[in-house]
Design a protein around this ligand. Structure first.
Ligand code: HDD
Length: 715
């Protein structure tokens, strides 16, 4: 739960980084067109020809330059997390963390650290939908006074695999199948589940992926996690373990799976648009930054290994301490220059933050620089404006493609005497980075620690912590995904794995698949075994979580009641009760919601001499793009709406997706035409004569986010 300090932040629109970028901004307003060499262009419409009907001349340097640049515009998309959206912001610390870390930005509450944050989906290409069932990347670049710190996390606190050497396999399995490049941005296919069914260590993450966390309502309504256990090191050189958390002030909310699929068609940019619009309208997304701290001497005191990235630390065992707040307050000026060219790296740390031996983290330390080299074309990617630190860079690295820095002097080596020994190495007291001197005494082996072998108990903990509706969604998600798998043996193998998490869950999924849960899990269950390994030595070891249920794992316990930025459709037509609409719009807007009039056609809706502008027509709007619906009264308006099948479908879908719906009493005729017209209204359906009561109850209902319990009625 976000702490009491989390009041909405006053409007901030710049940061040190945003200001620093101004040197690189270009703005053509009022300017003459030039070539890249600065020559003013007189004709950008016609190429140079040998006569009006003749061939284009090689001499046409203006054409050649323009075409060449265009031909080279594309760079390779990220091999994972290709689709992303980003924003600038700031991080403010609540209280110094000097007991644990010497990182300056975690010690000084007066510092406002600039950040650039990129959210992403994992599997889809750059142009894919925002709403697949997928993990979301949550990558934060802190431009600190001691250099850049990147926290390259996800919206789920655990990962699929324990060792980075399996990452290419995992990604090959989830990406579109190589022979026909199908399916795009979807895990519901044979190769993904083939791999997963052979990798029991992925089970905990799979439960998260099958939960509603994988279909967020908004990027602004997701948690973020650093996933790995990192180290903090204080000024005395003493270390502790840490897990990093981001908690959104708006709470953690999701959409329904049917809705996600429809959004993908109606507005594949749904999340990108939502983030953009929220920031443009001054509704700055905010997260609290939290840490779970574990003393070094307590490393072995858990029923799981802190180095195992498939495990989380239940908040019941180690609470999350809120230490600061991040506010995203400015959209990028240019998608390519900023969002596409930003280069994150788990290895970008600052003094006071260090790594652990988590084998996934260790492998990531190699992969991120390597991938930027191919993606951004060479070793100077750190000089790209969005990647540049806000502090000066001095070292003996030189040259390479697209070098921007003009290094002065004749020495580019160390030690040197000619250059006075510069640049100097920084002492510990000068905040020089010194790796934590962890003691290592071991044989060189390719191996996995036995302490990593309990693959199911935290998956069970996650499942048990879910509300009834959330559990039902997990059943449906498994049934959907495995239902899309064509090879029955894979479905069967997965049922064996799911039965290790929860027998009833496996049985429900098996029923939907028309299969039986295997009596005994297929042996061996783990197929990730070295050539000379004995399968018996690699099988999952049953464990038991010290915590049986963890409230923080269920979205049912999230922050509710805040309707800021929630979109509300007002379904109306000519003859609408304009006063009622105005009253409701005023009440909603006062709470920060965004009401829009949706009518059969664009233009205005009229009643007597008054009129209201229409925001969307039923042709371009869809209920999946709104959080709630209001049907105002007004005799001819309600007759039109009741007789319009798109409007009724709009309401039916909103009902099916468990959204709040409000009717004026004299709009009951519309309600009667809906699929839920016969039913006793639940708490999410509000009908009131008194406009003030109606608005208050409706606002309360929207604040609940969804009435998932309605799903039981619909069946
Ligand atoms: Fe990764 C990108 C998060 C494991 C290799 N990763 C990438 C991004 C995020 C994550 C958010 C997108 C950054 C951006 O917006 O530019 N990755 C994670 C998390 C992981 C994880 C939370 C597990 C805890 N990743 C992981 C492993 C490897 C990689 C084990 C390889 C050994 N990840 C990459 C990459 C990417 C990347 C290939 C692609 C684009 C990029 O780095 O810049 O290097």
């Amino acid at each position: 739960m976000p702490s009491k300090k989390n009041k909405p932040t006053e409007k901030i629109t710049a940061s040190e980084k945003v200001n620093e970028l101004s040197a690189d901004r270009e703005n053509s307003a009022g300017q003459l067109m030039t070539t890249n060499t600065g020559v003013k262009v007189n004709d950008d419409q016609n190429s140079l020809k040998a006569g009006e009907r003749g061939g284009t001349l090689m001499e046409d340097f203006i054409f050649r330059e323009k075409m060449t640049h265009f031909d080279h515009e594309r760079i390779p998309e990220r091999v994972v997390h290709a689709r992303g959206s980003a924003a600038h912001g700031v991080f403010k610390l609540y209280k110094p963390l000097s007991e644990f870390t010497r990182a300056a930005f975690l010690n000084d509450t007066s510092i406002e650290t600039p950040v650039f944050v990129r959210f992403s989906t994992v599997a889809g290409s750059r142009g894919s939908t925002d709403l697949p069932r997928d993990v979301r990347g949550f990558a934060v670049k802190f431009y600190t006074q001691e250099g850049n710190f990147d926290l390259v996390g996800n919206n789920m606190p655990v990962f699929f695999i324990q060792d980075a050497i399996k990452f290419p396999d995992l990604i090959h399995a989830v990406k579109p199948e190589p022979h026909n490049e199908i399916p795009q941005a979807a895990s519901a296919h044979d190769t993904f589940w083939d791999f997963i069914s052979l990798m029991p260590e992925s089970t905990h993450m799979i439960l998260w992926l099958m939960s509603d966390r994988a279909i967020p309502r908004s990027l602004r309504m997701m948690e973020g996690f650093g996933v790995h256990t990192f180290r903090l090191v204080n000024d005395a050189g003493k270390a502790c373990f840490v897990k990093f958390h981001w908690k959104p002030l708006l709470g953690v909310h999701s959409v329904a799976w049917d809705e996600a699929q429809k959004i993908s068609g109606k507005d594949p940019d749904f999340h990108r648009r939502d983030l953009w619009e929220a920031i443009e309208s001054g509704n700055f997304p905010e997260w609290e930054f939290g840490v779970q701290i574990v003393k070094e001497e307590d490393e072995m005191s858990f029923d799981f290994d802190l180095l195992d990235p498939t495990k989380l630390i239940p908040e019941e065992l180690v609470p999350v301490i809120p230490i600061g707040k991040m506010t995203l307050n400015r959209n990028p000026d240019n998608f390519f220059a900023e969002t596409e060219q930003v280069a994150f790296h788990v290895g970008h740390v600052v003094p006071g933050i260090d790594f652990t031996n988590d084998p996934l983290l260790q492998g990531r330390l190699f992969s991120y620089t390597d991938t930027q080299l191919i993606r951004l074309g060479g070793p100077n990617f750190q000089e790209i404006p969005i990647n540049r630190p806000v502090v000066p860079v001095h070292n003996n690295q030189r040259d390479g493609f697209m070098r921007q820095t003009i290094n002065q002097g004749k020495t580019s080596y160390h030690p040197n005497s000619i250059g006075g020994g510069c640049p100097f190495q920084a002492k510990w007291a000068e905040q020089g980075f010194a790796s934590y001197a962890e003691r290592i005494d071991a044989n060189k082996v390719r191996a996995r620690s036995k302490s990593f072998f309990d693959h199911f108990s935290q998956a069970t903990l996650f499942y048990n912590s879910q509300s009834e509706a959330e559990q039902e969604h997990i059943v449906n998600a498994f049934s959907f995904e495995l239902g899309k798998v064509e090879i029955v043996a894979i479905r069967q193998r997965m049922l064996g794995i799911i039965s290790q998490v929860d027998q009833a869950l496996a049985e429900k999924v098996a029923f939907n698949l028309g299969l039986e849960v295997p009596k005994k899990p297929e042996q061996p269950m783990n197929h990730s075994i070295p050539a000379d390994g004995n399968p018996k030595d690699f099988q999952p070891v049953p464990g038991k979580s010290a915590v049986e249920r963890s409230a923080a794992l269920s979205m049912a316990n999230t922050v509710k009641g805040d309707i800021r930025t929630r979109k509300v459709a007002v379904l109306a037509a000519d003859g609408v009760d304009i006063n009622a609409v105005n009253e409701m719009m005023k009440a909603l807007t006062a709470q920060g919601a965004v009401p829009e009039i949706v009518a059969p056609r664009l233009g205005v809706i009229r009643h007597k001499n008054a009129s209201l502008p229409v925001n969307k027509s039923l042709l371009t709007a869809a209920s999946v793009l709104y959080d709630a619906v209001y049907v105002p009264g007004g005799e001819s308006s309600v007759v039109t709406i009741a007789g319009n099948k798109d409007a009724i479908n709009f309401l039916n879908e909103a009902y099916q997706h468990c959204k709040a719906i409000a009717f004026d009493t004299d709009a009951q005729v519309v309600w009667e035409q809906t699929s839920f017209g016969e039913m006793f209204p639940d708490h999410g359906i509000v009908v009131e004569e008194d406009p003030v009561k109606l608005a208050n109850r409706f606002i309360g209902a929207i604040g609940r986010h969804r009435f998932w319990e309605r799903e039981a009625e619909i069946k």
